[in-house]
Design a protein around this ligand. Structure first.
Ligand SMILES: [Zn+2]
Length: 449
């Protein structure tokens, strides 16, 4: 293999018109950093036609006309900054008197950063690292990288001709500029693919968004899984006529736990002697009663004698009748949900519950209003579990970026990291002489996290 081919292979240059000579690699100071500089020549065969006037090259109407140097930013070689100093052939069209230079698919038209650098940095953007770290790793400015990520928004197109049978809706705390800082996200509940991220979660906005899907598409939706946010119910009723509403299991349990926690804090405030113990053993109180340890005696802070877990719970429940009945109601509700026992669940919800704490009464009232949807949660296998996973990811993205100001940048980063496949159409360089056929690439198929 010739020197030229070997270097092309190491730098991953596909353009056969770029050639290297021996002694073409130098160490040079570029912007104060000692960098590797490869010198090369770009001289494709004289073009068939002029890109300005379109006249066909006959009888030397287009002639070679000197050359010019451009410096192209390449991906790092051996972890050193690397540049390609390219000597580009220039041509003159005698018909229109315009001159122009040879083009290469190595970079976009009039860009000085190679496509390989572009792809490599966008692939890095799929990982949970900050834009600043990626730009440092690839020696590009973070403004450039943000611009590229912003541009991806255009490539992410929602297909209005289809919707999956099972949807899952949720919201997440977004950037400051959007209404109430909350944005909307929805995904395919069966496989966890994020379908879109919308900046607003208000009913009118969501309605106009979903009405863009034709009715026959919306009719195909069979179930929608939601948290207990009421406007979603109205949204589903008006947009998805055939969809069954499912309240997310995790949110139901979350409501129950929250009510139990409020009750515990209430008891804490009225029993100063037990304050520390009620505070310390909050986890034990939320723990499934059937999995409490009855056998092993051990030391519990605040107690003189060795105790078992269930003895500690018994001791705490003695403090208040209201606390005890709330505790057991919560335990039974959670048991019914865990074992998908719909009769027990509706029985518990509709039983007179005058002796439980106020916070629990409020929760029961909401549950009764959404009883059918809660029962659906036990009969259908769908939940927002996958979506909650994505929401945790969103929190991580926000943290590594120290917050986002622009919603669209935030959105494309989420779509990139959550592995929603994005088809990156790399703009064709306006090359009249050369096309290697590799101007579109998929980012996102082979990457797992
Ligand atoms: Zn011309």
């Amino acid at each position: 293999m010739s020197i030229s081919n070997s270097i092309r292979l190491t730098l991953n240059i596909k353009d056969p018109n770029i050639t290297f000579d021996t002694n073409c690699i130098h160490e040079l100071q570029i912007k104060g950093v000692l960098s590797l500089v490869y010198s090369a020549k770009l001289s494709p065969p004289t073009p068939n036609a002029c890109p300005h006037c379109g006249v066909v090259n006959q009888d030397f109407s287009i002639i070679k006309n000197g050359s010019k140097f451009v410096t192209v930013k390449m991906p790092r070689v051996s972890n050193r900054r690397t540049f390609l100093r390219l000597k580009k052939q220039r041509y003159l069209c005698k018909h229109c008197n315009h001159s122009f230079s040879a083009q290469t698919p190595l970079t976009e038209y009039r860009h000085s950063i190679s496509k390989n650098t572009y792809m490599a940095s966008l692939l890095d953007a799929k990982n949970k690292i900050s834009i600043k770290d990626i730009s440092r790793r690839h020696d590009i400015s973070h403004g450039t990288l943000n611009h590229w990520i912003h541009q991806l928004n255009q490539h992410f197109k929602v297909n209005h001709k289809t919707l999956p049978k099972h949807l899952s809706f949720d919201e997440f705390s977004s950037v400051k500029s959007v209404h109430h800082k909350m944005s909307f996200i929805y995904m395919d509940a069966s496989n966890g693919n994020v379908l879109d991220i919308l900046q607003d979660r208000r009913l009118s906005f969501l309605k106009s968004y979903f009405f863009r899907f034709p009715l026959e598409v919306r009719e195909q939706v069979e179930t929608v899984c939601i948290d207990m946010y009421e406007p979603y119910i109205q949204l589903i009723r008006s947009c998805f006529p055939n969809a069954k509403i499912i309240t997310d299991r995790f949110h139901i349990v979350q409501h129950i736990n929250r009510a139990l926690n409020y009750t515990r804090i209430h008891v804490m405030k009225h029993n100063p002697k037990y304050y520390a113990r009620l505070k310390r053993y909050w986890k034990l109180i939320l723990k499934d009663a059937s999995s409490l340890d009855h056998h092993h005696y051990r030391k519990f802070t605040g107690y003189k004698y060795l105790m078992t877990e269930s003895q500690v719970i018994d001791d705490l429940l003695r403090l208040s009748q209201e606390f005890e009945s709330t505790y057991w109601l919560c335990q039974h509700l959670k048991q019914a949900i865990k074992h998908k026992n719909t009769t027990l669940l509706s029985d518990l919800m509709n039983r007179p519950n005058s002796h439980v704490a106020e916070s629990m009464k409020g929760v029961l009232k909401t549950f009764k209003k959404q009883e059918n949807y809660i029962i659906n949660a036990l009969t259908y296998p769908y939940s927002n579990g996958k979506l909650e996973g994505t929401n945790n990811l969103i929190k991580v993205i926000k943290r590594i970026a120290f917050g986002y100001r622009d919603f669209h940048n935030f959105r494309s980063r989420i779509l990139l990291i959550s592995n929603t496949m994005i088809h990156l159409e790399i703009k064709k360089p306006s090359s009249y002489f050369y096309d290697d056929g590799t101007d579109s690439k998929y980012v996102g198929l082979s990457h797992q996290h």
